[in-house]
Write a protein that binds this ligand. Structure first.
Ligand code: NAG
Ligand code: NAG
Ligand code: NAG
Length: 574
């Protein structure tokens, strides 16, 4: 049988390739896993796959499409500095958390505090570890210590769980905060879980960890220690040093701080914070200007990673990439986001053994080629089309402009000396412009190719439709222009590129283009990201949080809120 790329070389439309089985792509590549990539599944989820390739290790798209369905082998090269904020100058044993951004780690560089819990006054602080900005101080929590004093999603004053002052705990050695610095001195291999995988939500952000890697459908959302320990047991057995996840900032769960690839550079004591009570929502009388600035600077720091983690600080090994989106498994969609809750145990185990197999194979050193950089491929596609599509649908865009845009995009694929009925040859050149030179090596490559070409085929089809409306039709009128714009709008809707949501024309120096990044953010900013400054940064975080929390919300006062509350509540049920 022909492989997909051979078929592609024959210029067949991608949509006619549905019958190609994964086996056709190379039996010899299948080793021990019970599950193999499926080009049919890849085509079905093509737009989501395309966007996950685009967003890998990028704060922007991974915040918007927060339910990551993919696992990647990622290497942090030697010479990368990582940070850890804690209450002690001594390096921990691990597993513990390291942050890529210093401002992220600073949030945890504090003395340990506890607040008086309403229900269990004597309980000891358990401590949410490391750099994760931790759970809100909610009632009945097992962890009474909360290193990160911003309780989101609290809708009114009388539902503030801990209005009383916080008190320090521990002896002298725990009475200050410390910022630790570590650096890599050898390549550090990690398992990267995409999306907002450090977000402790019931919305699906933990699916790859709890359902897939831990095979646990009833895991406690807030049990970060249990999660870290179990993930470390798993990935260290595969030869990895830990996990990369993302919340507001990227972080590493380092399994063992004696890892020979890591060097401790020292700890610096932080100034003691006035830490009397957690800040609260507007009107609570518990807002502090210094705190606001600190939050803003943290948001500014992580916003700098919207388009990439920076300076090659973490590199994907494209030979070891697995996504639930390109296997025949029962991914379900909730509120527009994929979930793993519908997968059978067999399917979950199959995916887990597939990523294990790929990781182990790479670790053995048997293969040295790093594979196709799929992110670079989709970047080329987004760079060519994104802005031009956006310009075409603007209200003020007239016939002449759309004609020029679509012609300049498509002329390059047309051979005007060729008899090309219905532009099918030009269409194939358009759809395969960035993929035809690639040499596929893994079975996953074949699935990813099917997804990427499904997307480019949709783009090219829509653009040739537009061309027909406004270029081939020399008498195009207002109605034709409107029709063309509708074609482009439908395409953009299907693409769902996260770049379409960027703030235009951009924000000022003292501002960030803000989107919800766990645990922060409001629902309105999810719909329409907007410029925020140090005064407005926390707007809506408390009373209109985007994120679902594990404690009961205030009963809604109006019908609208009630419906919303119910939807959000239900979505969390496993
Ligand atoms: C498949 O399993 C066998 C036996 O367990 C093992 O020797 C072999 O290395 C495995 N192959 C791969 C590619 O993991
Ligand atoms: C899943 O997690 C829950 C809560 O953390 C725990 O009680 C249970 O034993 C776990 N189940 C498995 C199969 O590990
Ligand atoms: C932030 O913007 C608001 C108006 O949008 C303004 O009132 C406020 O002074 C600004 N704050 C800072 C710190 O620039």
């Amino acid at each position: 049988m022909l492989t997909l790329s051979q078929l592609a070389a024959l210029g067949l439309a991608v949509s006619s390739l549905c019958s190609a089985t994964p086996e056709a792509a190379g039996q010899s590549l299948i080793a021990n896993s019970t599950i193999v990539p499926s080009e049919a599944a890849a085509r079905k989820n093509a737009f989501a796959i395309f966007n996950s390739l685009h967003s890998a290790l990028r704060q922007w798209g991974s915040s918007l499409n927060h339910n990551g369905m993919s696992l990647f082998l990622v290497i942090i090269p030697p010479g990368v500095v990582l940070h850890h904020g804690t209450h002690s100058p001594i390096p921990p044993k691990g597993p513990e958390w390291l942050a890529f951004e210093i401002e992220h780690a600073e949030q945890f560089a504090r003395a340990r505090h506890k607040f008086p819990p309403p229900s269990s006054p004597g309980s000891e602080p358990g401590g949410r570890p490391g750099v994760s900005p931790g759970p809100p101080p909610f009632p009945n929590a097992k962890d009474e210590q909360h290193p990160f004093p911003f309780p989101p999603a609290i809708s009114s004053k009388d539902h503030l769980p801990h209005p009383k002052p916080w008190t320090k705990v521990g002896g002298e050695e725990e009475s200050h905060g410390y910022l630790h610095t570590y650096r890599t001195i050898a390549p550090l291999p990690l398992l990267y879980l995409d999306g907002t995988s450090a977000g402790n939500t019931p919305q699906g952000t933990l699916d790859t960890q709890d359902f897939l890697l831990r095979l646990n459908r009833t895991a406690d959302i807030m049990d970060e220690w249990g999660r870290a320990r179990e993930l470390c047991d798993l990935v260290t057995a595969w030869g990895l040093s830990g996990v990369i996840r993302m919340e507001a900032g990227f972080e590493v769960i380092l399994c063992d701080f004696k890892d020979p690839a890591i060097k401790f550079d020292g700890a610096r004591q932080r100034p003691d914070a006035k830490f009397e009570r957690p800040p609260g929502p507007p009107g609570s009388g518990r807002q502090d200007e210094g705190e606001q600035v600190r939050i803003f600077e943290y948001m500014r720091a992580v916003a700098r990673r919207y388009d990439g983690i920076g300076s090659g600080r973490a590199n994907i090994d494209w030979r070891a990439v697995v996504s639930a989106l390109w296997y025949d498994v029962d991914v379900v969609w909730e509120r527009g986001m994929p979930r793993l809750s519908g997968l059978t145990d067999e399917q979950l185990k199959g995916l887990r053994s597939r990523i294990e197999e790929l990781v182990r194979k790479r670790g053995s050193g048997a293969e040295t080629e790093s594979g196709i950089d799929w992110q670079a491929v989709v970047d080329m596609i987004v760079a060519r089309y994104a802005e031009r599509l956006q310009v075409m649908v603007q209200d003020e865009s007239l016939l002449q402009l759309i004609r020029v845009e679509v012609s300049s995009l498509l002329d390059t694929y047309i051979d005007y000396g060729e008899k090309d009925e219905g532009f099918s040859a030009a269409m194939a050149r358009c759809a395969k412009m960035y993929t035809s030179p690639l040499t596929l090596t893994t079975l996953e490559d074949h699935a990813i190719l099917a997804a990427v070409e499904t997307v480019t085929f949709a783009i090219c089809t829509a653009l040739f439709d537009v061309r027909k409306l406004v270029v081939e039709n020399e008498d195009a009128d207002e109605a034709a222009v409107e029709k063309a714009k509708q074609v482009v709008k439908n395409l953009m809707q299907k693409l769902g590129w996260t770049t379409f949501k960027k703030c235009t024309p951009g924000c000022g120096y003292g501002e960030v283009c803000f989107i919800p990044m766990w645990p922060f953010g409001d629902r309105d900013s999810y719909k329409k990201p907007n410029c925020r400054n140090a005064t407005t940064i926390t707007r809506g975080w408390w009373e209109n949080s985007y994120w679902d929390w594990m404690f009961p919300r205030k009963p809604p006062s109006d019908g609208e809120g009630s419906r919303k509350g119910l939807e959000r509540g239900n979505a969390g049920n496993l």
